[in-house]
Design a protein around this ligand. Structure first.
Ligand SMILES: *Cc1c(COP(=O)(O)O)cnc(C)c1O
Length: 496
């Protein structure tokens, strides 16, 4: 068996094991950890996934990257992550909706796709803590545009030796997302609203990670910072699994035969989910195009079409708030894999920080070979929810609707009729008001729970039990801070 090491996208000096990469979150130079090679699966090995459960499929993929974990450790992690909390035994089922295949990634405890990774990350992290003999408390800092925060809180609540602090943009998340977070129980959790948007919160967290004085103060408190944001390698690697799993499901249903290429459309924000699809492709999964779907914050659409990344543009709060992002952090990993040049990546990231822009147009041929990009504004998103509902009786959430629309755009523009899997990232119940509005319902005067009841009538889908239970839950977290005060909040929590 080989050993897989990890180093920073911005310099190859520091080589670490996967356990260390997962515990640290971010490399010392501010870059993101990347594996030193891509493992490869043959078509035969992919076919061998067909009769396996999701958990077994996960172990087959994870062991290729997490070579310092034993197979028993991985099996334990995966079973604890997906075994009890998912409401579908297939964990990530594929379902035909109209002419496309929809991969439902929201059967976990918070009804959004972040659970696929964030149920597993705490397991990988506490195993890593034991493996490396770490004695200090690990403090997880999370900036969230909505779904990550709750999924991380749910995954880490009461985890041994780990505490978690979540910052969300005040007014920038849906009412249900907010309720899910502020009612979180657990002795090791804290939730704070930031006066600013998601990028402000994310920048605040990144600054804290880079602050030497802060690290010293925390060290005195026997605390080390880490990240559960999608920049953590332990977030990315679980997401590779469901691309293989979806392919295995299509094989099983004889919708494809082995070796057939499949396209995937991914509703994208931080570029984590779609990057996992790129990894799957590099590992030998027959992937045609990866279609990157954005909302009105279409910085990635422009980037994939021109090679120029320019975050200097208006920021919109849209109906798909988990994609309201202008700095897609995981793109840095793609830049590395396309160039294998850490100095070049570091230079682009310096430019981005200094001027809000960088020119990677020399990568355009490679970008075009792997990706296609489109965006849908709010009107198109609502139109898509209504049109798909009328045609198929299936109810899409706002994020998935952006993707479904982009998938149709792709087919129309290119004539490519290969099977298309649309990644469905949230239950429609998580964005109930927007979905009902798109379906022509008047929600004035209906609270979140009356909306859930109305959506149940329209969609015929069960209300997720955990969402229904929010009605009785008490609000435990009421703090709001200015975007420049996040340091103070972290120190206060670390001392408490
Ligand atoms: C986080 C999220 C996305 C975007 O995923 P990235 O990995 O950030 O690209 C899309 N949809 C929903 C519902 C999400 O929670």
């Amino acid at each position: 068996m080989y050993t897989m090491d990890y180093f920073s996208t911005r310099g190859e000096a520091e080589h670490v094991s996967s356990a260390t990469a997962i515990l640290k979150g971010l490399a010392s130079d501010g870059g993101l950890f990347v594996p030193d090679s891509f493992p490869h699966l043959t078509i035969g090995e992919i076919e061998a996934l067909v009769p396996l459960s999701y958990e077994e499929r996960a172990v087959r993929i994870l062991r290729l990257f997490l070579t310092d974990y034993t197979e028993d450790e991985l099996r334990g992690c995966v079973e604890r992550a997906y075994g009890r909390t998912f409401d579908d035994v297939r964990r990530a089922p594929v379902r035909t909706v109209g002419d496309l295949e929809v991969l439902e990634l929201w059967h976990g405890p918070t009804s959004a796709f972040k659970d696929m990774a964030l149920q597993l990350l705490p397991q990988l992290m506490s195993t890593a803590r034991k493996k490396t003999g770490e004695q200090d408390t690990i403090l997880i800092l999370v900036a969230t545009s909505g779904d990550t925060g709750k999924a991380a809180l749910e995954g880490f609540a009461d985890a041994e030796g780990i505490r978690i602090m979540v910052f969300y943009p005040n007014g920038g998340v849906s009412p249900v997302q907010r309720l899910q977070m502020v009612t979180q129980t657990g002795a090791n959790v804290s939730v704070v609203a930031v006066r600013g948007n998601f990028d402000d919160a994310q920048r605040g967290v990144k600054e804290i990670f880079g602050d030497a004085a802060m690290a010293e103060e925390l060290a005195a408190l026997r605390t080390k910072l880490s990240s559960a944001n999608s920049i953590n390698w332990g977030r990315l690697v679980p997401q590779i699994v469901y691309y293989f799993s979806a392919y295995a499901d299509l094989l099983e249903e004889r919708k494809i035969t082995e070796g057939d290429a499949v396209n995937f459309t991914v509703p994208t924000g931080n570029f984590g989910n779609i990057l996992a699809g790129y990894y799957a492709k590099r590992m030998g999964l027959p992937v045609g195009k990866l279609v990157c779907a954005s909302n009105a914050n279409n910085v990635l659409t422009d980037f994939l079409q021109t090679g120029i990344y320019d975050r200097q543009r208006d920021f919109y709060q849209t109906l798909s708030p988990s994609m309201d992002i202008l700095i897609s952090s995981n793109l840095e990993r793609l830049l590395y894999h396309l160039t294998e040049d850490t100095a070049q990546v570091a230079a682009w990231m310096t430019e981005l920080a200094a001027s809000g822009k960088y020119d990677a147009s020399r990568l355009l041929p490679a970008l075009r070979e792997n990706f296609w990009a489109a965006f849908a504004d709010d009107a198109a998103t609502e139109g898509e929810i209504r049109a798909v509902y009328e045609r198929t009786s299936y109810t899409l959430d706002t994020h998935t609707a952006v993707a479904y629309r982009a998938a149709e755009d792709y087919r129309r523009a290119t004539g490519d009729t290969r099977p298309m899997v649309v990644l469905s990232t949230a239950s429609p119940y998580k964005f109930g008001a927007s979905v009902l509005h798109a379906l022509g319902e008047d929600t004035a005067g209906l609270d979140e729970f009356a909306q859930m009841a109305r959506l149940k009538t329209r969609s015929g889908m069960e209300v997720p039990a955990r969402l229904a239970a929010l009605r009785e839950a008490s609000v435990l977290h009421k703090r709001i801070c200015a975007k420049n005060d996040m340091c103070t909040e972290v120190l206060a929590f670390a001392r408490a």
